[in-house]
Design a protein around this ligand. Sequence first.
Ligand code: BG6
Ligand code: MG
Length: 218
Amino acid sequence: MNKKGFIFDLDGVIVDTAKYHYLAWRKLAESIGVSFTEKENEQLKGVSRIKSLEKILEWGNKTISEDDFMKLMAIKNDDYLTYINKMDEEEILIDVNRVLEYLIQNKQGIALGSASKNARTILKKVNLISDFNAIVDGNDVEKGKPNPEVFLKAAKALEIEPQHCIVFEDSVAGVQAANAANMVSIGIGEQEILHEADYVFKNFTEMENSFLNELIKK
Ligand code: BG6
Ligand code: MG
């Protein structure tokens, strides 16, 4: 049977929330005197909230108490949620709907594999939650990307073997996680950044249904 598992990352793949994470982290980093540009931000894509703050503190050579650490995480998330609360279907990235529809029509397994603890909230905001057969997010895993746990759990939930799963990812950590899970990795973004992926597309518009069909038939 040609049933594959298609696992989507959320931030930067389905919706352009990567820009909101960036704005919220930059504001927080600057508030504690750590400089933060798109270059640093790239290293935070796909990385959990805790790990992201640890990295920012490391870059700024800062040590803080556990209490302050928790406070900063809450400040970042509150700020991030002010953007999320304003979201609607308009923010679904280009051609995501066409790809989802094609996979649904062809009775493929569809899962979310995200590091975010806000994933369900976001999927509801953009009205996509019912398209997913399984959702594995930051609340369900112990080890973040590049560890493959999130994708392996998604494959298990879909009841599809990892080698029959395909992952769409915009982050380096996520592509590495997909590769470590022994899945087909498809980078959505820039080739220079995502060169470890099996395939890279700028966005879903570049990915035709015939390519999806080949993945299904493989
Ligand atoms: C990932 C993002 O999807 O989720 C990261 O790429 C983010 O930038 C991580 O830090 C955790 O998200 P959240 O919503 O739980 O803070
Ligand atoms: Mg992402």
